[in-house]
Design a protein around this ligand. Structure first.
Ligand code: FES
Ligand code: FES
Length: 155
């Protein structure tokens, strides 16, 4: 066992983990933050995406020990109290989700994208979200949602 300490959604957390514990396992199983999903075992689907030190990261591709000392944000940390993040609002308003399984990862990737590129074109959004797979929506409304959120986020 190894002790890890990190900040998750603004709170410091410390736990003993096996050296091979994935960050996504740590988030879901130790912290019980189950908004971060596991949709594959090939690092392809993006359902597990969180922010590590402000950048989106597939949390199934990283060990918990590698996040020791990091600042992690999950989908649960995005809203401000009862007020949804503009990206969450935009997905709701533009029908950017159906079953919602991919949505937490899609939203975390999209927030990182808009933080880096406040006014992304449709092509850029499609390109940047290639690492996130949605089995439901056909992507059109996801792209529309990200574009709408970028406008609200000040792009
Ligand atoms: S669960 Fe991480 S990419 Fe699919
Ligand atoms: S909304 Fe169902 S997988 Fe994307």
């Amino acid at each position: 066992m190894t002790t890890v300490t990190m900040t998750v959604n603004g709170k410091s957390v410390t736990a003993d983990v096996e050296p091979n514990t994935l960050l996504v396992q740590f988030i879901r199983e130790n912290l019980r933050l189950t908004g971060t999903h596991v949709g594959c075992d090939t690092s392809q689907c993006g359902a597990c995406t969180v922010h590590v030190n402000g950048s989106s990261m597939k949390s199934c591709t990283m060990l918990a020990v590698q996040a020791d000392g990091a600042d992690v944000t999950t989908i649960e940390g995005l809203a401000n109290g009862d007020k949804l993040h503009p990206m969450q609002e935009a997905f709701r308003e533009n029908h950017g989700l159906q079953c919602g399984f991919c949505t937490p990862g899609m939203i975390m990737s999209a927030v990182d994208l808009v933080n880096r590129n406040p006014n992304p074109s449709e092509d850029t959004i499609r390109h940047e979200l290639e690492g996130n797979i949605c089995r439901c929506t056909g992507y059109h409304n996801i792209v529309k949602s990200v574009k709408a959120a970028s406008e609200k986020m000040g792009g």
